[in-house]
Design a protein around this ligand. Structure first.
Ligand code: SF4
Ligand code: SF4
Ligand code: SF4
Length: 155
């Protein structure tokens, strides 16, 4: 087993399960509207996403931050034929958080992969080993999620 897989398994073991990130694209006013996505045959939002992070889960679009993050580029909303996603409903995504139980740094290993990936400088370290996401700065873009070797970032 590679070192990274070992860390990941260790973190999952400590947490009991892998953290889930059900996240809608950031262009809606009411979550109930996503039920109409089940009538959308071509799901053009999936093809429109430059980051390739939209997947259809149980008939509705969900963002997979383990692939990449959201650039808030509007393209998914611009291509939505049913107006479930609308540019005028653009919003930030819920802020994420670091789970200290799974984080390498919190266990004394030098790692700053998440901070390096965050363009909003929303991840701050106390000393070398205690990273935290500052919720007021975090756009919820998800770019820090996939770079974390132990999958310690979620909600
Ligand atoms: S805003 Fe852009 S990057 Fe974000 S989910 Fe929509 S198409 Fe993808
Ligand atoms: S990427 Fe960030 S959250 Fe993940 S192990 Fe490294 S310091 Fe911790
Ligand atoms: S901490 Fe930074 S990279 Fe992670 S979701 Fe928040 S803004 Fe995006």
């Amino acid at each position: 087993m590679e070192r990274r897989e070992l860390f990941s398994s260790f973190a999952k073991l400590l947490r009991g399960e892998e953290r889930q990130l059900p996240t809608y694209p950031p262009y809606f006013s009411d979550e109930a509207d996503f039920q109409r996505c089940r009538e959308c045959d071509d799901t053009p939002c999936v093809k429109a996403c430059e980051e390739g992070i939209i997947e259809i889960v149980d008939g509705v679009p969900s963002l997979d931050f383990f692939k990449s993050g959201c650039t808030f580029c509007d393209q998914c909303a611009l291509t939505c034929p049913l107006q479930v996603l609308r540019v005028d409903a653009k919003r930030s995504l819920p802020p994420l958080a670091i789970d200290p139980i799974g984080c390498l740094a919190w266990h004394g290993t030098i790692c700053s992969s998440c901070r390096d990936a965050c363009l909003d400088q929303a991840i701050e370290f106390t000393g070398l080993f205690q990273p935290q996401i500052i919720a007021q700065k975090c756009t919820g873009c998800g770019f820090c999620v996939g770079v974390c070797p132990t999958k310690a970032i979620g909600r």
